[in-house]
Design a binder for this molecule. Structure first.
Ligand code: FES
Ligand code: FE2
Length: 386
């Protein structure tokens, strides 16, 4: 990747897709299609739902809602990460309120059935009066879950046959260089956005940086992007003149830390960006479909390589406020207006230029996944969409 970047710097070129790609405007506004996306993408593929470091000790948990599905992540007694449908086996109440913490038991607020961190049903309130049931079959429903590169992946369908390696296409070997497993989670906030694909398009697009973000941070940032892909996952970087200096040294002396700049996206809904807040600060954005086709919710999690002191804490808080403002008032402000215009039927198509290869690839993958049934999914992941 670095060699390719340097070649682009020397030649003054960027990556270009073979042609301009048209995406029907209805892809962003059609409620039926949106439901199919939830079914075939969000409820079928493994999603990044958390971080290893927020589930550091046995009993640590995080309860969240993903595409309307209540999920509970926990660290079990044997140290492994577990994911469950956060739904009581008695009469379906949500067991753990959204949020995170540490607990030896999860007690349902409705009739006090309790579960342990392994999801086992360990107590039934007034069990003798309730009548005989087999507790061992009434634990929380487990979901497929994996820990990789400090990230927790889970699938929302308990019966999904997930081959995480096939899905990641080797991308985790790159993600590992961010070393999330030894970071500290230093903050989290939520931003409301337009249709999840309108929102996500912006994370694959450098074309807009010096224009839409000129007042906040983008005035001097070039709009040129290079895309590297592992299956549906993409890294977006800029041709970087600093590679010229690097190229004066032999390649085996190149420092990996200097080679991992850019935006690292994890299909279908995650973007990883690095900022300087008195030291390295990662913003990991997780996008989720909202209540309707025209809404999404973005959870921004902030991770730092070490636990911050008070001084650094202030810088991190200021950076978080800044980034919330940029995404809410620039990206999603604009995205919501795009949503409104397209919903009004103002255009039949949106265009993705040859310099927007990342958006082109993203939409091709979404289309392919909607058209692919479960049986053909492994083959699609093997062969890709190009
Ligand atoms: S629904 Fe959970 S204990 Fe009754
Ligand atoms: Fe942006």
């Amino acid at each position: 990747m670095a060699r390719r970047n340097l070649a682009h710097v020397e030649a003054g070129t960027v990556d270009q897709a073979p042609g301009v790609h048209r995406v029907p405007a209805s892809n962003y506004t059609d409620p039926d299609r949106w439901l199919r996306e939830i079914e075939r993408i969000f409820r079928r593929l493994p999603l990044v739902l958390g971080f290893s470091v927020e589930l550091a000790k046995p009993g640590d948990y995080r309860a969240l809602e993903v595409a309307d599905v209540p999920v509970l992540l926990s660290r079990a007694r044997d140290g492994s990460v577990r994911a469950f449908l956060n739904v009581c086996s008695h009469r379906g109440a949500i067991v753990v309120a959204e949020g995170s913490g540490n607990a030896s038991r999860f007690t349902c607020p409705y009739h006090a059935w309790s579960y342990d961190a392994d999801g086992e049903l360990v107590a039934i309130y007034k069990e003798r009066d309730f009548g005989e049931v087999d507790r061992s079959c009434l634990g929380l429903t487990p979901l497929p879950v994996f820990e990789r590169a400090g990230l927790v992946f889970a699938a929302l369908d308990p019966d999904a046959e997930v081959d995480l390696d096939a899905f990641l296409c080797g991308y985790d070997e790159l993600l590992i260089h961010h070393d999330f497993a030894s970071c500290t989670l230093v903050g989290r906030q939520t931003v409301a956005g337009p249709n999840w694909k309108i929102a996500y398009d912006g994370y694959l697009d450098f074309y807009h940086l010096p224009i839409l973000h000129r007042e906040s941070f983008g005035a001097k940032i070039p709009s040129d992007a290079l895309y590297d892909a592992w299956g549906p996952h993409q890294r977006v970087s800029m041709p970087d003149a600093a590679y010229r200096d690097l190229a004066r040294k032999p390649e085996d002396e190149w420092d990996t830390r200097e080679l991992i700049a850019g935006i690292w996206t994890i299909f279908p809904h995650v973007s990883i960006a690095e900022f300087d807040a008195g030291g390295k600060l990662y913003m990991v954005s997780q996008l989720f479909p909202g209540r309707t086709v025209g809404e999404s919710v973005t959870v921004q999690s902030f991770l730092a390589p070490e636990a911050p002191d008070a001084e650094r804490g202030k810088k991190i808080a200021a950076t978080m406020r800044f980034l919330e403002g940029v995404v809410r008032d620039e990206d999603y402000f604009t995205g919501k207006r795009v949503q409104k215009a397209l919903a009004a039927g103002a255009k039949k198509h949106c265009l993705f230029g040859r310099n927007e290869a990342g958006g082109q690839r993203f939409h091709r993958w979404v289309d392919a996944l909607l058209a692919t049934d479960d049986a053909a999914l492994p083959e699609l992941l093997r062969s890709g969409v190009e």
